[in-house]
Design a protein around this ligand. Structure first.
Ligand code: C2O
Ligand code: CU
Length: 487
């Protein structure tokens, strides 16, 4: 048992009963997998499944270390943007919220108290954890009422860049400042000179510089959600990161915006994508063409040349016609020796493509809008809108068999963007508009463009009711959410 501080909180090691249960459940799942393989016989299984064993890069089991963390959600004033005091809702009085950092195999025990004027929950985006800890009101837990406390305890199965945010009225609560990162380091993290988190966001401010408190407007609903008029990185407008020549940086980009998509341009730098949505890619990839949609993460390996002393590199967002400067990297000071190590981007990522025939579709999700509902416009999946007021379970929820390969299809019948996110599992993009794609990485969120069809493949490992929804939070709030049951 170790003690390790998380953001100033002392960690107390104690008997992790919950983790033991999780461990038992994992063993059971593994057993079921093996049993399933025999019971079903080879004839009914697609060839991809043999590729499945160990397909995710990691499968951590609890190592006994428990990080005790306290989180408090409350209205606060923080210094933001150019240093002015700004009214927000925040975790522990910080925007972005505190970064929780642990090692793979460690358990986090979060004692969460809600001091907001509304119910809330915490969802751990991208983290493979027991379903009961997923933070979905009415599905995995009752919402946490104002004044109440809820304990989240889990051992992430994967190392990587993850995040947490409310799953109640998220279009309002996330926009007001409730989000934070959860970083899980592998046992031996690669020796980067520097590891930086860039939380990318936008804010919709009134003329007086206060937060526009009109949420879920018809305009936002009819478009790609709420797009702000101020873009920030870590709450600052175009922050400057000072580095030494020769440094090798790991930049972790996380998009917490309600609706805005970013296309970060690293072309001025020697930069490679090494992880997408937390998990390492099969090989280093050029950042060009990567879209950082709401919910997405990109980890980037950047080498600052020794010759760059005195230079400033600006990283622009180029998703819209108007380039927006996200951040500046200023190279100054004495050169350092560049850490030499192989790129960590060499994960086993299965191909999941069958020569010849495609695996039959397990489910199709048609994405569209109609008028009606509490906001006047409803976003739908297969013509159904999730009712957040009653938390009623969709009648026709999709079932996915645990441990088996499933091919799923998103069909965007609309002219808007939909970054589709699935809780509790990772998937791979297999085709866009019927053309085969073999992305050399997993994801938990894929941007489906207007009128586009995207096929993904997945092998769910964890039983439970997992949400599938658009991560444009206004679309999700007005109904674009459903449940897949894995069992
Ligand atoms: Cu970050 Cu249900 O999502
Ligand atoms: Cu959407």
């Amino acid at each position: 048992m170790n003690e390790r501080p998380v953001n100033g909180h002392r960690c107390r090691a104690h008997a992790a009963t919950f983790s033991m249960q999780a461990n038992r459940r994992m063993r059971l799942a593994a057993l079921m997998l093996v049993f399933g393989a025999f019971a079903l016989g080879a004839g009914r299984r697609s060839p991809e499944v043999s590729e499945f064993a160990g397909s995710y890069p990691q499968h951590a089991s609890p190592n006994g270390t428990v990080h005790q963390v306290t989180l408090l959600a409350a209205p606060s004033r923080v210094s933001l943007f150019d240093g002015r005091s700004f009214a927000v809702w925040a975790y522990n009085g910080q925007v972005p919220g505190p970064t929780l950092r642990i090692r793979l195999g460690d358990t986090v025990r979060v004692s969460f108290t809600n001091n907001l004027p509304q119910p809330t929950t915490i969802h751990w985006h991208g983290v493979r954890l027991p379903n009961a800890m997923d933070g979905v009101p009415g599905v995995t837990q009752p919402p946490v009422s104002p004044g109440a406390t809820f304990i989240y305890e889990f051992t992430p199965k994967d190392a990587g860049t993850f995040w947490f945010h409310p799953h109640v009225r998220s279009s309002e609560q996330v926009e007001r400042g409730l989000f934070g990162a959860l970083i899980v380091d592998e046992a031996k993290p690669p020796p980067f000179s520097r590891d930086e988190l860039w939380v990318v966001d936008d804010w919709l401010l009134n003329r007086e510089g206060t937060l526009n408190e009109q949420f879920n407007t018809r305009h936002d609903l009819a478009h790609d959600g709420r797009w702000g008029n101020l873009v920030t990185v870590n709450g600052r407008r175009t922050p400057r990161l000072s580095v030494r020549p020769g440094e090798r940086l790991r930049l972790r980009l996380l998009n917490v915006a309600n609706g805005r998509v970013f296309a970060p341009d690293f072309s001025a730098l020697d930069a490679n994508v090494i992880a997408v949505d937390g998990l390492y890619t099969a090989r280093p990839l050029t950042p060009t063409g990567f879209e950082l949609a709401p919910g997405n993460r990109l980890d980037i390996d950047v080498i600052i040349p020794a010759s760059a002393v005195g230079q400033t590199f600006t990283i622009f967002d180029r998703f819209t016609r108007q380039a927006i400067p996200l951040a500046e990297i200023v190279v100054e000071g004495e050169p350092v020796a560049t850490p030499q190590f192989d790129s960590p981007a060499r994960a086993h990522v299965p191909a999941w493509q069958r020569p010849g025939a495609e695996t039959p579709l397990r489910a199709e999700f048609r994405l569209n809008a109609r008028s009606g509902g509490p906001f006047g416009i409803q976003w739908t999946i297969n013509d159904a809108a999730m009712d957040h007021a009653t938390h009623a379970l969709p009648e026709h929820r999709q079932h996915l068999p645990i441990g088996e390969f499933s091919r799923l299809r998103f069909v965007n019948d609309s002219y808007r963007l939909h970054p589709m996110h699935i809780h509790g599992l990772f998937f791979k993009v297999l085709a866009r508009n019927g053309n085969r794609v073999d992305e050399p990485h997993f994801r938990d969120t894929v941007l489906v463009h207007p009128k586009e069809t995207v096929d993904v493949g997945t092998v769910p490992e964890d039983p439970g009711r997992w949400m599938l929804h658009c991560h444009i939070l206004e679309h999700a709030e007005s109904g674009m959410m459903t449940i897949i049951e894995v069992h």
